[in-house]
Design a protein around this ligand. Structure first.
Ligand SMILES: Nc1ncnc2c1ncn2[C@@H]1O[C@H](COP(=O)(O)OP(=O)(O)OP(=O)(O)O)[C@@H](O)[C@H]1O
Ligand SMILES: [Mg+2]
Length: 145
């Protein structure tokens, strides 16, 4: 699938960058003329993916996060969030609703939320090497605008 536009952002895993990543994704998505609902879905999914990289990938340090935003020719948005942190031993288990290795303020619903708000969710991870989360969401083409 042809990529028609893209941006790549690199930032450290400080919690203040979660809001930045969410806003940046919304700004990039604006060129697809999304509805408010579509924008909010994308922002929620980005927020979950980036929060995971901040909280789980680098529990005691600040590490590198890269977020890539791609506009594909089928009018879909692809978002890749990558970290070089601790990784996930069992991705299938991690994606199970309510599964968490976090403290009691985590509900274990991040991947479930990403899955429900996006059309595609792919998680690749190697323990000790890091995690790559790829999400895709089709934005409806609207006529008369
Ligand atoms: N980038 C990552 N690096 C390492 N481990 C991760 C990463 N993302 C997710 N995980 C692991 O997968 C588990 C499930 O993630 P998920 O986002 O579904 O839930 P959570 O982050 O624990 O809770 P919530 O997102 O509801 O606050 C996490 O508890 C963590 O063990
Ligand atoms: Mg999470």
């Amino acid at each position: 699938m042809k990529v028609e536009n893209y941006v790549s952002l690199e930032f450290p895993s400080s919690s203040s960058n979660e809001g930045f990543a969410r806003a940046a994704a919304a700004c990039f998505a604006a060129q697809l003329d999304p509805t408010l609902e579509e924008i909010n879905d994308v922002k929620t999914a980005v927020s979950e993916a980036v929060t995971n990289a901040i909280v789980h990938a680098y529990p005691d340090t600040l590490g590198k996060i890269v977020m890539k935003l791609r506009l594909r020719e089928d009018h879909s948005l692809e978002i890749v969030v990558r970290d070089w942190g601790v990784g996930i031993a069992d991705v299938e288990q991690a994606r199970t609703p309510l599964f968490t290795t976090g403290s009691e303020e985590r509900s274990g619903m991040g991947f479930t939320i990403m899955e429900s708000f996006m059309d595609v969710l792919r998680v690749r991870s190697t323990p000790g090497k890091g995690t790559t989360v790829t999400m895709r969401r089709k934005i409806a083409r609207r006529s008369g605008r």
